[in-house]
Ligand binder design. Structure first.
Ligand code: HEC
Length: 146
């Protein structure tokens, strides 16, 4: 009985911790990305494309972490079409002012939000930063017309 209590105590602590992590990454998203990409990552037409975008992230498949870390590391520019909307003229600046751990957390949150169960590691963000992909290379990776 006592053991059972201990186990359920540990389990609720774990669940609380997991919940707290999800909340923290959502807060980080809202702090760092939502002013351009929308409060719920739904995009702001004419400003910045949606990041809650299942077709895009699932279309990228195992390249999803590479793409999202590449954009965070190097920014994005040029004409971009997303969910039928054209985004043109505005440049996304490289997110070099933010710690890699925060970007990894935001990236994992966004992929999960879009049904892609892949964690983006701090190392993946650091690697993207050490060898940034050009905007052209990022474009080539992105499935068109999604
Ligand atoms: C100052 C505004 C701004 C901020 C802040 C910003 N972005 Fe962006 N982002 C943009 C714009 C504008 C584009 C589209 C650029 C283009 O048209 O080529 C974009 C594009 C993207 C794309 C490519 C989307 C696609 O459909 O291919 C990703 C991924 C992305 N941003 C992630 C992020 C993340 C994650 C954050 C927060 C850490 C962030 N952005 C913060 C403006 C911003």
């Amino acid at each position: 009985m006592r053991n059972q209590l201990k186990i359920s105590g540990a389990l609720s602590a774990l669940l609380l911790a997991l919940g707290a992590t999800a909340q923290a990454s959502e807060a980080l998203y809202q702090q760092h990305c939502s002013s351009c990409h929308g409060f719920s990552a739904e995009g702001i037409p004419g400003l910045a494309p949606p990041l809650a975008h299942s077709a895009l992230w699932q279309g990228l498949g195992d390249q999803a972490p590479r793409y999202i870390t590449g954009v965070m590391a190097g920014g994005m520019s040029g004409k971009l079409q997303s969910q039928g909307q054209l985004y043109i003229g505005l440049v996304m600046p490289p997110q070099s002012h933010l710690p890699a751990a925060e970007l990894a957390s935001v990236a994992s949150y966004l992929l999960k939000l879009s049904g892609v169960d892949q964690d983006v590691s701090v190392e993946a963000v650091e690697q993207a930063r050490s060898a940034p992909m050009s905007h052209g290379q990022l474009r080539a990776l992105r499935p068109q017309n999604l």
